[in-house]
Design a protein around this ligand. Structure first.
Ligand code: FEO
Length: 403
């Protein structure tokens, strides 16, 4: 298997997981990659990150395309989550002379995951010289786990920030400009919304720290998906700055489940009302749409409209599952509204409202409910309700949205 150059003397040597469809609840219809990078020095070689265990053969095969793995003198563990770290011991077996380094928290994580394995700690004051080429380190706590770390090679201005700037995107292309920028940036946003949203403050701090350290990357080589180079580097950083700022636009997402179609009818009428009010709208039935896509659409939206009929006095389980997922991501600073049909007792909208109160969304609207099957009058009222929400969205300013 081939190694692909990403900058002068640095090769991508990762694994492509074409068939991954679920990443701890984040649905990944386009698969992912586990990226690792081989760095050549005059004195020795370094491997930045490893891969998930089933992809170790692929990594070693790609390394062997450039150099005998036994010549690698350094392994950098940027992150101990198993998608990057579970294959570490197998990789070490093929690189018996390699010193292994991680952040301070990473040292503990490696020991806990690998039965007491001892590795060395590095921090922001450390420089490892490979011979004419150096590696520098920046702890990045909580981007994505406490141990996370960025590694930078200043001689070729290449940043290897692990999960940051990643995307769950399997492809035969290695660069964003090869795979298509629209796709790359959509997947960058999807990854941000589904992984990094609850830690936006830490991500913002790290983007600032990259600049404060004087690191001016020409290449950003993340641990998932494609590599950013040329003008895409600045564009990816600008996208992160926008998302960390909490900036949103006049857009609403409708996510719902339906039993016999009544809530589906309401959802469509409400969407018409929102759109007629001059607000962009996206409508998704949770039975057929991955929650990760809905969450991406929510990233720059000001409002989330949730619909469910009542079953056994509560909401349908797909709604409950999605709200459990959202509770972890905490997309606060947005409006929420609730609608649905019921046969006799009702209860779904009340339950949705209670669950959403734990997410930090603002819920100023009356619920919209209809008994049994909506009439033409009901649907006109649903459309009008959507129009009311559109007006509120337009009045919901950036200052409010960024709270
Ligand atoms: Fe790709 Fe947080 O691991």
């Amino acid at each position: 298997m081939r190694a692909i150059p990403v900058s002068d003397g640095i090769w991508w040597v990762g694994g492509i997981d074409w068939n991954l469809r679920d990443f701890h609840g984040y649905e990944t219809p386009r698969g992912t990659t586990y990226n690792a990078y081989l760095v050549r020095g005059e004195d020795t070689w370094a491997l930045v990150d490893t891969v998930k265990t089933p992809f170790v053969y692929e990594l070693l095969s790609r390394v062997s395309h450039v150099v005998d793995p036994a010549q690698v003198g350094l392994i950098v563990v940027n992150h101990v989550e198993p998608d990057h770290n579970s294959g570490l011991q197998d990789v070490m077996a093929a690189m018996p002379h390699a010193r292994v380094v991680a952040s301070g928290s990473g040292v503990k994580g490696v020991a806990e995951y690998h039965d007491g394995l001892v590795v060395d700690a590095v921090g922001s004051d450390d420089v490892i010289d490979l011979g004419g080429r150096t590696l520098r380190f920046m702890p990045a706590p909580m981007v994505h786990w406490p141990d996370s770390m960025f590694t930078y090679c200043p001689e070729v201005e290449t940043l290897m920030p692990n999960d940051a700037f990643g995307q769950h995107l399997a492809s035969s292309a290695r660069f964003a400009d090869e795979v298509g920028r629209d796709l790359a940036f959509t997947e960058l946003g999807t990854y941000y919304a589904n992984i990094l949203l609850p830690i936006s403050a830490q991500v913002s701090k790290m983007v600032d720290k990259i600049a404060e350290a004087g690191w001016e990357p020409e290449v950003i080589a993340p641990s998932h998906g494609v590599v950013w180079r040329g003008s895409d580097v600045g564009a990816a950083i600008a996208a992160y700055r926008q998302w960390t700022s909490g900036a949103k636009r006049d857009k609403a997402v409708i996510a719902y489940s339906t039993m016999w179609g009544s809530t589906n009818l309401l959802a469509h009428a409400i969407a018409d009302g929102v759109a007629a009010g001059g607000v962009e709208v996206r409508l998704y039935d949770l039975a057929v749409t991955p929650g990760s896509l809905i969450t991406y659409e929510l990233l720059e939206s000001k409002a989330l409209l949730l619909g469910s009929p009542t079953l056994h006095h509560g909401m349908l389980y797909r709604l409950a599952g999605y709200l459990q997922y959202l509770e972890g991501l905490k997309p606060a600073g947005r409006l929420a509204a609730f609608f649905g049909s019921y046969g006799w007792g009702g209860g779904a909208v009340k339950q949705m409202r209670e669950r959403v109160s734990q997410i930090g969304l603002e819920t100023p609207f009356e619920d919209f409910t209809v008994k049994f099957k909506p009439t033409a009058e009901d649907l006109a009222a649903a459309e009008a309700w959507g129009g009311t929400i559109a007006e509120a969205i337009k009045a919901f300013g950036q200052d409010d949205a960024a709270r």
